[in-house]
Design a protein around this ligand. Structure first.
Ligand SMILES: C[S@@+](CC[C@H](N)C(=O)[O-])C[C@H]1O[C@@H](n2cnc3c(N)ncnc32)[C@H](O)[C@@H]1O
Length: 502
């Protein structure tokens, strides 16, 4: 490693430590670790040859990509933009003897000069709520005018950076971006997916595994996206996955036509099998999946034994409810656990007058709720009476649908042996009508539960969505789309076949 790179690393540390995390978060100031910048520049060499004509780093920070690239190839001309003087001043001093112009300007407000043969960027990831309404409108109007693409207001700054920087490239120029992998799956990523597919020639996307966080201080799972500024070619897109860009664990070339038919690209990246066998039975072939009950205020509507005793609430207005996932340390919710937790959901649809005469304890509890304004909360004020929580059939299997990829299965399938209801921190799996007859005892539910628990982590991950810090989440439709051919072997429909005379 060159001396100047060592100095740059020290400078980066010093400058970062002088700012609060909140301030760095706002401007997306998370530097690329040196080993990752090396991986990226090594990888790019296949497109570059020995000399780069003109290189642009649109959000330069202290210039890690310039440092690594200039170690590997000759660069005729380099330009970097940096909005924040805190980084700009010491960075321009550091590189003052090098052939690089560092400019203290907002890159997104600078008129593009289509001069550059190479862009490498780790743009600011600033979340949409850090961007002003005017700024978002201005940037999305530019994208609409240039590419006729509508950008969602929920998009982070990186999306605008990547798309708009393309105006700075010469025809055939290469662009390489280290960005959050979320754009592959979230709805607001669709503008970027469309851009990459229709407006440039997308070459490759590499996803780092969620557990190999690329940044020590910004909790994101990252992807490296490489494209050429030219009309899309017929070449397939090279997808890869793993903790080393140059030696990926999984590689797959996917035709652009196939990609355009996928609503989320994670399906293509994370799990080859599920992509290739998309016609196989899924959880949704056998189950309807619904979110648990939205009470309006779980603190009020879920009561423990102490509250029941204190007010003398009648059992007739209570339904056994499962504790939230963080308080449940077993994946089988049986009667013993139910007795231990003693949690109930208030389920009463009788009008106030009836409650007053029939259930005096419950009536006192409702008065307490009124005094806290529970009746004015969003869900409560729109239903009559305000305390009427939905009554649901019991579902034999519940699912906690948010989790981290920490080596174990990121979601939990819970066998609901005690027959509890659930609030919306769970998804509820309801067998479709033709399979209901199978679930008349707990032994069949247990077989299904074991099969669900054996679904490989990668298959589940291909169908969910990932957020910062490796947080994963599944919406009901996403969980329904998870392939599970093993279920087909035991889920025999009750509908007689036309040719079944036995
Ligand atoms: C994610 S950091 C990356 C820094 C460096 N390229 C690296 O990889 O280590 C993004 C940098 O962009 C700067 N930045 C944020 N908004 C900018 C803008 N509109 N124009 C230019 N630079 C900006 C931040 O101050 C920060 O230094």
């Amino acid at each position: 490693m060159r001396d100047i790179e060592l100095k740059r690393q020290q400078l980066q540390q010093e400058l970062d430590s002088q700012k609060s995390l909140a301030a760095r978060n706002k401007l997306g100031q998370y530097s690329t670790p040196y080993p990752l910048a090396c991986q990226i520049c090594d990888h790019l060499k296949q497109y570059l040859g020995d000399t780069v004509d003109s290189f642009l780093e649109p959000a330069i920070g202290t210039g890690v990509f310039y440092s690594v690239l200039s170690e590997r190839v000759n660069i005729n001309r380099s330009v970097g933009y940096e909005i924040d003087e805190h980084y700009y001043i010491p960075t321009s001093l550091l590189w003052k003897s090098d052939n690089i112009d560092i400019i203290n300007q907002d890159f997104l407000k600078t008129t593009p000069q289509p001069d550059f043969s190479l862009i490498i960027a780790n743009p600011p990831y600033s979340r949409h709520h850090h961007l002003s309404k005017d700024m978002k409108m201005e940037l999305s109007r530019k994208i609409k005018d240039l590419y006729n693409i509508d950008v969602s207001g929920l998009s982070g700054l990186y999306l605008y950076f990547l798309i708009l920087s393309t105006q700075w490239l010469i025809e055939g120029g290469i662009s390489c971006w280290l960005i959050p992998a979320e754009f592959l799956s979230v709805n607001y990523g669709s503008a970027l997916r469309k851009f990459l597919l229709d407006k440039v020639d997308l070459i490759s996307i590499h996803c780092f595994r969620a557990e190999d966080l690329q940044f020590n201080d910004a909790l994101v799972s990252s992807a490296v996206v490489i494209f050429r500024n030219s009309q899309p070619t017929k070449n397939p897109v090279r997808f890869s996955w793993g903790n080393d860009l140059n030696q990926p664990a999984v590689k797959k070339a996917i035709e652009k036509d196939d990609l355009s038919s996928l609503s989320k690209w994670t399906e293509a990246v994370v799990c080859r099998e599920s992509y290739e066998q998309s016609s196989q039975p899924t959880i949704g072939t056998f189950f309807n999946i619904k979110r648990g009950i939205a009470t309006g205020d779980n603190n009020f509507f879920v009561v423990d034994k102490d509250t029941v005793d204190k007010y003398g609430i009648s059992k007739k207005v209570l339904t056994l409810v499962i504790p939230p996932p963080r308080k449940l340390n077993s994946d089988v919710f049986d009667q013993a656990l139910a007795n231990e937790n003693n949690l109930y959901l208030i389920t009463c649809s009788e009008p106030n007058e009836v409650v007053r005469t029939k259930y005096s304890g419950f009536s006192a509890y409702l008065s307490y709720g009124l005094s806290c304004g529970v009746n004015l909360k969003a869900n409560c004020k729109n239903r009559s009476p305000w305390y009427k929580c939905e009554k649901r059939d019991v579902s034999p299997i519940l699912v906690s649908y948010m989790g981290r990829d920490n080596g174990k299965l990121p979601i939990r399938f819970i066998l609901n042996e005690a027959g509890a209801t659930a609030t919306n921190s769970y998804l509820m799996l309801y067998p479709k009508d033709e399979y209901k007859y199978l679930f008349n005892g707990t032994s069949f539910s247990k077989k299904v539960w074991k099969i669900l628990q054996s679904i490989p982590k990668e298959v589940l991950m291909a169908h969910g969505r990932s957020y910062g810090g490796g947080l994963l989440k599944w919406e009901p439709k996403e969980l329904e789309s998870v392939p599970c051919p093993e279920l087909a072997a035991i889920m025999k429909t009750s509908r007689p076949s036309l040719f079944d005379f036995s």
